[in-house]
Ligand binder design. Structure first.
Ligand code: ZN
Length: 280
C-alpha cells in the first residue's frame, strides 16, 4: 500500500516534501473532462490550470499540506468557467479535505468548538473555534432536509434562558426532531410550514404565536394541544378551584390546645433566661 492509495485516482502525487512539523504533498489532476454543475454538460475544453492549497488529516504527528494542481474548464452552454471538483475529497473553495472536515466536525461535536481547536493545534491543524462554528453551521445548512410525515409536534426551547429561544419540530411518527428553527414568535415556523404543506396534524403548546402561524399557513391542519400542556392546564384548573373552595387556614383537631401549650413553654423558657444567676 502506498500513499497514492489514500488519494482519489484522478489526482496523482508528483512530489512529497517533509519538514520538522509538516509533510507537503503536491498532486496533479489527471482529468480530461468535468461536468458543469449548472447545465450538467460534460466539458472537455480546458481553459486554465491553477494550484489549490488544502489541509488534510495529520500524519505521523505532522500536519499534511496539499498543493493540488487542477484544471478549469469552459462551459460553452453557460458561457462561464467551471473549476473541477473532487467529490468526496475536496469541495470547491474549501481549504480542508472532506475527511479533515469530517474529523473536525466530529471532534467538535464530541467536545466543544474551542476544545476541538486546541486539540487540532496539537495535531498541527490551525483552525480556530469560530472557524469550527462556521464549519458546523455550513454543514447543517447543506444537509438535506429530513423527510417529515404528516403529523408533527412543535414546541419552543431555550438556547439561553430568558435570552434566546428556538422552535423544535418533531416528527410524531418517528419521534425524531426534524428541524430546529430560530426564535419562537412563529415567523420561522410560518416559513417552515410554507415548505411543508403536506402536514395534516400539529401538536403544539398553548402559545398563541404558533396557533396563529399554523392557522395562517395551514388552515386545514388539525391543531392538538399536547399532553404535557393539557396536564398543565388541568393542574392549574384544579389549583384554582381548590383555592376558591378551601379557606386559607384550617384548624386541625386539638391544634388550639397544642398552640397554647407551646406558648406557655416558650414563656417559661424566657423567664428562666431572665432570672439572675447567683453564685456563692
Ligand atoms: Zn454549463
Amino acid at each position: 500500500m502506498g500513499l497514492q492509495d489514500f488519494f482519489p485516482k484522478e489526482l496523482a502525487i508528483t512530489a512529497i516534501e517533509e519538514s520538522e512539523n509538516s509533510v507537503s504533498i503536491r498532486l496533479k489532476s489527471r482529468s480530461e473532462h468535468c461536468v458543469c454543475p449548472r447545465c450538467g454538460k460534460e466539458l472537455s475544453r480546458r481553459r486554465a490550470t491553477y494550484n489549490r492549497k488544502a489541509q488534510d488529516l495529520p500524519m505521523i504527528g505532522k500536519a499534511v499540506l496539499l498543493t493540488v494542481n487542477v484544471y478549469e474548464y469552459q462551459c460553452e452552454e453557460c458561457n462561464r468557467p467551471v473549476a473541477e471538483s473532487f467529490d468526496g475529497f475536496l469541495k470547491p473553495g474549501s481549504r480542508l479535505t472532506e475527511r479533515c472536515e469530517d474529523f473536525i466536525a466530529r471532534l467538535a461535536l464530541e467536545s466543544s468548538c474551542e476544545g476541538a481547536s486546541r486539540i487540532l493545534k496539537e495535531l498541527g491543524v490551525a483552525y480556530s473555534g469560530d472557524s469550527i462554528i462556521r464549519l458546523l453551521l455550513k454543514r447543517l445548512k447543506s444537509r438535506p432536509t429530513a423527510e417529515v410525515g404528516s403529523i408533527i409536534g412543535v414546541d419552543d426551547f431555550a438556547y439561553k434562558k430568558r435570552r434566546s429561544y428556538g422552535t423544535v419540530i418533531v416528527d410524531e411518527t418517528t419521534r425524531k426532531p426534524v428541524a430546529l428553527l430560530d426564535g419562537r414568535d412563529g415567523t420561522s415556523l410560518r416559513e417552515w410550514l410554507r415548505h411543508n404543506q403536506h402536514v395534516k396534524v400539529i401538536t403544539r403548546d398553548r402559545a398563541s404565536e404558533y396557533a396563529k402561524a399554523i392557522q395562517e399557513e395551514l388552515p386545514d391542519a388539525i391543531q392538538v394541544a399536547d399532553r404535557f400542556h393539557l396536564y398543565e392546564n388541568l393542574l392549574q384548573a384544579i389549583k384554582k378551584a381548590l383555592n376558591s373552595e378551601i379557606p386559607g387556614a384550617v384548624a386541625a383537631e386539638g391544634a388550639k390546645e397544642r398552640e397554647e401549650d407551646l406558648k406557655e413553654e416558650v414563656k417559661k423558657k424566657r423567664s428562666r433566661r431572665k432570672t439572675p444567676q447567683h453564685t456563692s
